[in-house]
Design a protein around this ligand. Structure first.
Ligand code: FES
Length: 276
């Protein structure tokens, strides 16, 4: 974990209301693991804001400079509004990489990635890390086609905006049916569970609760149980285990999301007690 002042190298509104920002941060670009996050001091706000590492430039093979990381974030309040207004050359105070990320078990071949909305952010870095060794399917659920990630699986559109995820099967799902199947990402999850050795998910609380119910049903009916890791997003204070502001109760006792997570096993969380 390192705190540094880093330069913004680009910042675009990649999806309406969602910004893709590249930052020159060589140490984090080399060490950040999928699922880990950084915190950013946004303007004059005391509390730093946590953001998943979305991409890192050694892996893009595209136009981005060496030693850069990308954040993908939705403008939801004053802190993220401030961040969305930073331009090329502005310097921002970042701290990271923080937390524990996703892990891939030995023997796994087929990985199913499930993203709800902005939950796509950490899963793209996981896909970038894993695509040379594993078969990947990425389900992205969004409200409309315009809110889907600008995904390129052809390898042709390599740019900072559309990372090359050649070979990844992309399955869009939209609530209004404007692209892919109509509904939620979890509606089609069961179609892939026989194929998947492991599932990795990031999205809203309702998505996790629906997945936890599916897992419980499978357990009761003695069906195949696919191990699932989820990235939890909660309000944070310090971001590195000092304030206990992010503590949650799990089946394995009290855990700090920032230090013990943000990635947890789906079945370890007591979902009725989680508020995000
Ligand atoms: Fe302070 Fe997790 S945010 S302990």
């Amino acid at each position: 974990m390192k705190q540094s002042l880093c330069s913004v190298t680009s910042n675009v509104e990649a999806i309406p209301g969602i910004h893709l920002m590249w930052i020159d941060a060589p140490d984090i670009a080399v060490t950040a693991q999928p699922g880990q996050f950084i915190t950013v001091r946004c303007g004059g706000f005391t509390l730093r804001r946590p953001f998943s590492v979305h991409q890192s430039s050694p892996l893009t093979g595209g136009n981005s400079g060496e030693g850069e990381i990308a954040l993908l974030f939705k403008v939801t309040g004053k802190g993220t509004l401030w961040l969305s207004q930073q331009q090329k050359g502005d310097r921002i105070d970042i701290l990271g990489p923080l937390g524990k990320g996703f892990s891939i078990e030995q023997g796994s071949k087929n990985l199913l990635l499930v993203a709800g909305g902005i939950g796509i952010a950490p899963l793209v870095l996981l896909a970038q890390h894993a695509l040379s060794q594993y078969q990947l399917t990425l389900i992205h659920g969004a409200s409309t086609a315009a809110q889907l990630y600008p995904f390129s699986s052809t390898g042709k559109k390599r740019s900072k905006l559309t990372p090359s995820l050649k070979g990844v099967q992309f399955v869009p799902v939209t609530e209004d049916g404007s692209m892919g199947k109509k509904g939620m990402a979890t509606d089609i999850l069961s179609d892939f569970l026989d194929w998947a050795d492991q599932v990795y998910a990031c999205g809203p609380l309702d998505m996790y609760k629906a997945m936890a119910k599916m897992s419980l049903r499978a357990k009761r009916n003695n069906l195949k149980l696919t191990k699932c890791q989820i990235a939890l997003e909660v309000r944070m204070g310090c971001g590195f285990g000092a304030c206990y502001g992010c503590t949650i109760n799990t089946k394995k006792g009290l855990k700090q999301v920032c230090r013990d997570g943000p990635v947890f096993e789906l079945d370890d969380i007591i979902w009725q007690e989680v508020t995000i």
